[in-house]
Design a protein around this ligand. Sequence first.
Ligand code: SF4
Length: 461
Amino acid sequence: MLSGADFVSLGFDSHCHLHFHHFDKDIAKVVEDSKKAGISHILIPSIDAATAEVAADIAEKYGLYSAAAFHPEHLPEESIEDQSWVALKEVLLRPGTVAVGETGLDFHHKTFSPKKQIRWFRKHIKLAEALGYPLIVHSRGAEAEVLQELTEPPSVPVILHCWGGDQQLTDTAISSGFYIGTDGPLTYKKNNKYRRLVSGIPRDKLLVETDSPFLPPEPFRGKRNEPAYTRRIHMGIRELWDGRMSIEKTAYILWENAMRAYRLHPENRRADILYKYGNSLYANLTSSCQNNCSFCVRRTEDGLNGYFLRHMEDPSDALVLSTIGAFPIENYKELVFCGFGEPTLRYELLMKSAKAASARGVKTRLNTNGLCTSFLRNEQVTRLLDCFDSVSISLNASGAKEYNRICPSSVEGSWEHLMKFIKLVKNTGIESRVSAVSNSGADLQRVKALAERLQMSLRIR
Ligand code: SF4
């Protein structure tokens, strides 16, 4: 049971454009002020590939989150459509970029034709579904059309940001299970009708956003909006829900909603399937492993380099393949199947994924603990290795006794299985090496001697 003190420092501004020039001079102070005001989390949506990059930089620097998409008023020119789309996807590969947004339709400004806007909105919906990323939707003067495009609710959380639909459209959005964002205008004196509408939104589907620097709440109208003012909207919602509820508890409920909407909540946390490391791209198929190595990063961390990699549940084959299909993997030196667990445990998917990458001319490498001979027949192992350009095997020890001490395993005879795998690898002639960790307590001189006897090159990590 959480107490009042637990609620104090949690608050989520679910849509805040810190990438705009309005914050160029004092962004550090703005973020600090928001933290002081109990707004612990901020998501920065973007409006095109360039601002997505800036939003990702800010998110990385200040420990926030960002999203990437083309806003319906900022769509790319036809001549650079493909190039812009790839640039946007590159940003979506960055750690901390957790959603596709903001995309949608804007028939109020009509900067682009409805036809072009709808085409791009559909592209974004498809992309969000392919990656399993939440979708942030802008709608202005086009709320009915937006819902029309979402008639078949996407398989990912949908966030209707700064929602301005009438009661009937709101009821449709609610019945589709969408999250609905409310902003500063909730606090404006004359907005009783809007407040009534917001009070009918289920408490677990309501999100609070400032949409900074726009739409400041009372009493800051006419000034630049800031994430710290999220508290003012919390106060407005508390009045709608229950005037006696503490502001901290109100903020906590709304924080949890945003955490769920962006798939950051422990209940539905999304782990990254692809992540960048150096010039290579890595694929993370599973969080399971037969071993519990003393140096394994999984013992103390949930991810690496800002990426969250611990799958609560391994991703489906379809999601892994659509993620590989959607990202510009050709831009990388190689695709390494490594992850936050042992990739060969997903043998069939591993082969399909490696083949999909090879078909696009991408070099593939398998990083493995070499224990798959414990559950695969020799011909299956050979078929698996055929799918890769190279393989790297974790050796980590100079003999069974040392291996069992450093890499305790649930596999009976793990060292023997590892030796058998190395032999099979050598028989195939595939480019291969073994590796060992420098500070694991292994006798590295003996490991080196073993690698020489095995005629394998050794990489000390
Ligand atoms: S084999 Fe790799 S993933 Fe498995 S416990 Fe050891 S270091 Fe971790």
